[in-house]
Design a protein around this ligand. Structure first.
Ligand code: K7E
Ligand code: CUA
Length: 659
């Protein structure tokens, strides 16, 4: 009977999900006069940078808040022909993994570096869900500076969440998988052989370099989301997990059987102690670590082979499970660090746990047995209270500075504001439609700025002009400065925005890099000035040391290339002026363009396959004579004995047509 009821509940919710819930009808939801709150006059700056994940686009995009204006798409895990990301020789190593070159991924969550629990503006992190990786973006350059792969992981969803002094980022695996030497096991042996892992990635204090400090080996559940403790709960992490049934098929039913799944509380300071005491076990693995070097403007790819694993079933008092109703998704800690909000996708209440009660429960050993060798704290002993009848399908919660929480509800398509201490619902507004994550500036930190909550929606239906079978994804901005939430703007987004974060523009804007200094360019193929431009043959490899400046390339006439040659155009942008990139593209190249920043060197590999004269040109409108910024390269048959020549400014004489 119980099982039948559960199935029924799943069926009802599944039906609601399919019709996208209680879709608000008719109204646009924007009250007269509220639009001006999102209005940023032409030429004026926004108050916040809004970094939005791109979901299955694999990228991150940066918008202004509250205007919703798009400033930049930062290529992270997916190739981006617009910027040559993953196409230039320098950037290809960034997308290397232990599986080889992976040109795409699925980026769900962004996270900002923090100092004392506040956003410090230095770095933005993002996760790759498919081929488990974490990326670090340098907020000075808005470029991906580092990518680290995660071994023993499959589907890096519960990631990257950060501690209050950027000690660690965590990365919990969504899929449990066989871990260890023999991975050729029956899928039906899930319960015996499949394990979940959580990786703790340390972050270098000065330069942000990422390293896997240790991994925790855990029962075979699906880790979903996570947040670090704050203030009093600093030193702890909280992870939501579902599929405590350990189903290996039809999870939509089989992983929805139990009334409660878990939140996993991790005492990472304790884990550090065990690590120092040498209790970790070194495992042989293979994972990529890729880092961008700003001096050489080139990425380096290496494979690392060892990771240290701690087993919390043996090393007691690192991990505790807390029962949490029905397939928890979001797991969010409030700014005080005392309250942990679990959001069960199929639950009728929102449970709020208390950190001090969890501590007391551990001290009193108030347990309900063990799960996979890890103590399970009694639900009531950890519970602060439940928000009753909040809505349908709670997913994620963020906070303002006044003790209020904002929870997204996918099925009932709304944001609900409630008071964390009192557990009282204060306000609710519809979203259009089917909100996933939401984000308040600083709303996951000790210092929320409040002001806005932004909804990231899965479905837009009738909100925008139709564009064929797929409509744009979208975000909506609500003013939360008053008692009532007020919708002030819809804006379309790039990719599916799972999560986002915002920080005051002042944390980034004055530190934003304007140019790369040419005299500090250490690229091995740099061309420091036009006089150094040259073409050098090394066997069948031809290196073109090319410079670009408004409005020509040097050299711009090249002859003596033969079929079978590999041509490397190393283009240095000699400009030392802000916002003057040059592009570079060559006809028929099985590649993308290069987009070269002032002072930078970038390389395009070209293997011509036909005899002829090929034009190349600048792709970025850089001056009044941008359209004149072009050149030719001549390709002769394989056996040709035409010497290699190159020039710039050498105008042909009327009769020089012989060769
Ligand atoms: Cu979309 Cu954070 Cu992957 Cu919830 S997750 S919506
Ligand atoms: Cu350089 Cu256009």
């Amino acid at each position: 009977m119980k099982r039948y009821q559960n199935l029924l509940l799943v069926a009802v919710i599944a039906a609601a999900v399919q019709i996208t819930g209680c879709k608000p009808k008719g109204a646009t939801g924007v009250a007269a006069g509220s639009a001006e709150k999102a209005y940023v006059a032409p030429g004026k700056y926004d108050e916040f940078y809004n970094f939005v994940s791109g979901g299955f686009s694999g990228q991150m995009s940066v918008y202004g808040l509250p205007s919703g204006r798009l400033f930049r798409v930062i290529p992270v895990f997916s190739v981006d022909p617009e910027k040559g990301w993953g196409y230039s020789e320098e950037s290809k190593p960034m997308l290397m993994t232990s599986n080889g070159f992976v040109p795409w991924d699925d980026l769900h969550h962004v996270s900002f570096s923090q100092t004392n629990g506040e956003i410090d503006g230095r770095w933005t992190f993002g996760n790759a869900n498919n081929t488990p990786r974490v990326a670090r973006i340098d907020n000075k350059t808005f470029r991906t500076a580092e990518i680290i792969e995660l071994p023993n992981s499959a589907g890096n969803h519960s990631s990257p969440f950060i501690t209050e002094n950027s000690e660690y980022l965590v990365a919990g695996t969504r899929f449990s998988v066989p871990v260890g030497d023999n991975q050729d096991v029956p899928i039906a042996s899930y319960k015996q052989n499949f394990k979940g892992t959580i990786s703790f990635i340390s972050i270098g204090k000065e330069h942000g370099e990422m390293d896997i400090a240790f991994q925790l080996l855990l029962p075979g559940v699906n880790f979903d989301l996570s947040r670090a403790g704050k203030g009093p709960s600093h030193g702890w992490f909280f992870f939501s997990c579902y599929n405590s049934e350990q189903a290996n098929t039809l999870l939509e039913v089989n992983a929805s059987q139990r009334d409660k799944d878990f939140i996993l509380a991790v005492n990472w300071k304790k884990a550090e102690e065990y690590l120092k005491a040498g209790k970790g076990v070194k495992k042989q693995v293979r994972y990529a670590h890729n880092k961008w070097d700003e001096a050489t403007h080139t990425a380096k790819h290496e494979i690392r082979t060892e990771v240290t694993v701690l087993d919390p079933a043996i090393l007691k008092d690192i991990c505790y499970f807390i029962p949490c109703p029905k397939s928890p998704h979001g797991c969010d800690t409030d700014p005080t660090g005392e309250y942990i909000v679990g959001s069960g996708k199929l639950a009728a209440v929102i449970p709020v746990f208390s950190f001090s009660k969890i501590q007391k429960a551990i001290a009193d050993k108030s347990y309900d047995g063990e799960y996979g060798g890890i103590p399970v704290i009694k639900y009531e002993s950890a519970l602060h209270g439940e928000v009753q009848k909040p809505g349908l399908g709670p997913l994620h919660t963020e906070f303002d500075a006044n003790g209020n929480a904002y929870t997204s509800f996918f099925v009932s398509s709304e944001i609900v504001k409630w008071n964390v201490k009192e557990l009282k619902v204060l306000d609710r507004v519809p979203t259009y439609y089917s909100i996933g994550h939401l984000s308040v500036p600083g709303g996951d930190t000790r210092k929320p700025w409040g002001k806005y909550v932004v909804a990231y929606n899965k479905i837009t239906k009738d909100r925008y002009l139709p564009t064929g079978p797929e409509l744009t994804q979208s975000a909506q901005i609500y003013d939360i400065s008053g008692d009532k939430m007020q919708l002030i703007l819809d804006f379309p987004t790039i990719g599916e925005p799972h999560y986002a974060g915002s920080m005051p523009a002042s944390l980034i804007k004055d530190k934003s890099l304007k140019i790369y200094k040419l005299d500090q360019n250490k690229h091995p193929y740099v061309t420091m000035g036009e006089k150094e431009a040259k073409v050098v043959r090394e066997g069948n490899k031809v290196h073109v040391y090319m410079s670009s400046i408004r409005s020509h390339f040097a050299p711009d006439n090249i002859e003596g290339i033969k079929l079978g040659d590999e041509v490397y155009f190393h283009v240095t942008n000699l400009e030392q002026d802000w916002d003057v990139p040059h592009g570079f593209a060559v006809k028929g190249a099985l590649n993308a363009e290069l987009l070269i920043m002032p002072g930078e060197t970038s390389t395009l590999k070209w293997v011509p396959e036909k005899v002829g004269v090929y034009p190349f040109y600048c792709t970025d409108f850089c001056s009044a004579l941008h359209q004149e910024m072009q050149g030719y390269i001549r390709v002769s048959p394989a056996g040709s004995n035409l010497p290699l020549t190159f020039s710039v400014g050498k105008q042909a004489a009327p009769d020089s047509t012989k060769k």
